[in-house]
Structure formats: C-alpha cells, structure tokens
Design a binder for this molecule. Structure first.
Ligand code: SF4
Length: 186
C-alpha cells in the first residue's frame, strides 16, 4: 500500500479493492494503455482545470495539490473559491452521486480546512447537463462522515491475499483491469 492514500483510491476501492493493486502496478505507465473511452473523456473534462485556465481570478484555487494529514490522503482539488468558501468538483457526467464521489470531496474538504481555508459549501457539477448537486459538509452528515472513516480504515488494512474476497461479475464486466486480473469473472 502507498504511504499515503491518493484521493482517487476512495472511489476505486469501493468499486473493487483489488483494482487498487492494478492502479499501483500501472501508476507510472502510459495512461492510454489501460484507460478506455469513459476514463479518457473524464480526463478531457478536467483539462481546463488541470491546465489552470478555468479562471484567472487570484482568489480561485484550481487543480491545487492538497494533502490531508488527519487521514493521510493526497490529491488535487478542482476549483475552490477562497472568498465564498465554495468547493466545486466537476465531473463529465453525473448519473448517480456515488458515495465514492462524496468521499473524494470530503478528503478535499478536510485538506483545505487543515490548510486554513473555510469551506462553506461543496458542489458537484455535472458538465454534460450543466447541473449542480449540493453535497452536505461532513459535520452536517455524521453517518457519511463515519462511513468515510470506515473506508479509510478498510483501505489501510486491506490484504490483497485475503481469502474472503468475492468478485462481482457486473463489476468485472465494467472493470478496465479485467484482462489482467486473476479474479475476473468475465
Ligand atoms: S476484474 Fe473484477 S475482481 Fe478484478 S479488479 Fe476488476 S472488478 Fe475487481
């Protein structure tokens, strides 16, 4: 396991804990080798932010590297407005607000708070439908905060060789690593 948890693991681990192993294996590899169309489209949606051209205002943080000491998580935020305290995560298309999405913005929230910023609200923005979804802050959603902390524990304690792992066929069918994984059901 990494010495820190990349933010992307929070969503991926929920999808399948074993996928984290392949992430680590292919982390430094050319991304196009193992990313299929939806992943590439998702990256394209972030291009303006990653190139920090989304806004030129000085009070907007874009694609800023963050680290959360409390949970030992690192990654990047999409957009944070320092003046209003609004944290925005842009996604190419949102059909469902998965817990993994929420946990990723929680990690950003805790990191920004540690950095001394006041995060007043969190918004998930669906680019395809130009729609915003408000995400309650962890302090206002104790059950989700608890699930977030349980997930961090599970990631920290996951054993790839556990005999208790059972693959799920529907997930394997949609997994970009299904050609590489011994446990794949497809
Ligand atoms: S192929 Fe199936 S078991 Fe293997 S990483 Fe993907 S989802 Fe998990």
């Amino acid at each position: 396991m990494e010495t820190y948890i990349p933010i992307s693991y929070l969503n991926d681990f929920i999808f399948c804990p074993r996928s984290i192993y392949f992430h680590q294996l292919y982390g430094g590899y050319a991304k196009t080798v193992y990313q299929q169309k939806p992943q590439v489209a998702g990256i394209a949606a972030h291009t303006a932010i990653d190139e920090q051209t989304y806004s030129t205002r000085k009070n907007i943080l874009q694609a800023t590297e963050i680290y959360c000491e409390r949970y030992n998580i690192c990654g990047k935020i999409d957009v944070f407005d320092i003046d209003t305290g609004k944290l925005t995560e842009r996604k190419r298309e949102i059909k469902t607000i998965y817990d993994g999405y929420v946990f990723q913005v929680y990690a950003q929230y805790f990191a920004l708070s540690e950095m001394g910023y006041n995060v007043h609200n969190i918004v998930m923005h669906c680019i395809a439908h130009n729609k915003n979804y408000n995400i309650p802050l962890p302090k206002d959603a104790p059950e989700m905060h608890c699930k977030f902390e349980q997930l961090i524990d599970q990631i920290n304690n996951f054993d790839l060789d556990t005999p208790n792992f059972t693959p799920i066929e529907a997930k394997c069918n949609n997994c970009i690593y299904n050609n590489l994984c011994d446990y794949s059901l497809c």
